[in-house]
Ligand binder design. Structure first.
Ligand SMILES: Cc1cc2nc3c(=O)[nH]c(=O)nc-3n(C[C@H](O)[C@H](O)[C@H](O)COP(=O)(O)OP(=O)(O)OC[C@H]3O[C@@H](n4cnc5c(N)ncnc54)[C@H](O)[C@@H]3O)c2cc1C
Length: 291
């Protein structure tokens, strides 16, 4: 069933963004195909929200169909050494299932508050591992076809894939390896402590704002050197803890975050000659002005 004018702010971790003109929650592959056909018949754009943890949605909203996978498309089960996941399932659930089955290699996902589909789209990763390293194949559905793709066919590289407009990851299969549960718990606990020590884990953010450039400094260190820690525009603030995070300090709008990102890019170019590329995905009519 397609709803109209559904606010997207509640589907993003930053908590900003206007409504989707149309919004659907397909629970099966058939329902997903129906929604995509519905959009194609109207010439409407299609986008997907996972857990909105790397997403900035325009304050004016999205003039198209926005999908959130649910039901069997948001569930996961273990089959021998593989996790078979609907793309809408949180990585945390996959990690939980894997740990219960004594399957390791997905521990890095404890740091990533997104879904499997969002992780495939972004090739999400942490602590030297990424989804490309555990993904066997993903089922990609569009209005015109449905096909399984390997990581190579998905073009997975550092925080990017070659998934096109209107292509929805519906399912994914992750291949893991046997590991004692205590070892998995110890790895996860160590990663979580490192995370808490370095990042604003108790604030509303969308994770890393910019990808790390090819430079001796990370994006965060660069922005820190530009004096941007704590810099605020409207209700959005560059995290005082980690300069590559933007926090919703108080009633932020997406436009405030865009203004901060523009200022950050301007200063990084001026000081380091580096044009930072945004990692956060922009939805709706949002654009970052050229620097
Ligand atoms: C506190 C915090 C820490 C984070 N740490 C990390 C980290 O260590 N490493 C890291 O890589 N990321 C990190 N992130 C960013 C984010 O969690 C990841 O990018 C995650 O993979 C996004 O998943 P999502 O489901 O939230 O996707 P969303 O943010 O909802 O969407 C991201 C993009 O994926 C697309 N998308 C979502 N689902 C699908 C689908 N089924 N099919 C096709 N496209 C889809 C969206 O349209 C959008 O373009 C962090 C975020 C936060 C808030």
């Amino acid at each position: 069933m397609i709803e109209e004018q559904v606010p997207l702010s509640r589907f993003t971790t930053l908590g900003t963004g206007g409504p989707a003109r149309w919004f659907g929650k397909p629970e099966t592959l058939d329902q997903l195909a129906e929604a995509l056909t519905w959009a194609a018949e109207r010439g409407a754009s299609v986008s997907v929200v996972g857990l909105g943890s790397n997403l900035l949605v325009a304050d004016e909203g999205v003039d198209g169909l926005v999908l959130k996978l649910a039901g069997e498309l948001a569930a996961a089960e273990v089959d021998r050494d593989r996790v078979l996941a609907g793309a809408g399932v949180p990585l945390a659930v996959c990690l939980h299932r894997a740990r219960a089955a004594s399957l390791g290699r997905l521990e890095f996902a404890c740091a990533i508050p997104g879904t499997v589909g969002g992780a495939v789209k972004m090739n999400a990763g942490a602590y030297g591992s990424d989804i490309a390293g555990v993904l066997e194949r993903a089922l990609v559905v569009s209005a015109s076809r449905t096909e399984w793709r390997t990581p190579a066919e998905l073009g997975l590289q550092y925080r990017r894939s070659c998934l096109g407009e209107g292509e929805v990851v519906a399912r994914a299969e992750l291949r893991l390896t046997q590991r004692p549960v205590d070892e998995i718990k110890a790895i996860v606990s160590e990663m979580q402590s490192q995370r808490k020590a370095a990042q604003p884990t108790n604030k509303r953010t969308f994770g890393s704002v910019f990808k790390n450039p090819e430079h001796e400094l990370t994006a965060g260190r660069m922005l820190e050197a530009c004096g941007l820690r704590g810099h605020r525009i409207g209700g959005a603030q560059i995290s005082p803890r980690h300069a590559n995070f933007i926090e919703n300090a108080d009633g932020a709008r997406s436009a405030d975050a865009i203004a901060l990102m523009s200022e950050a890019r301007r200063r990084a170019l001026e000081k380091f000659g580096v044009t930072l590329e945004h990692e956060v995905q922009l939805l709706g009519g949002l654009v970052l002005p050229a620097v």
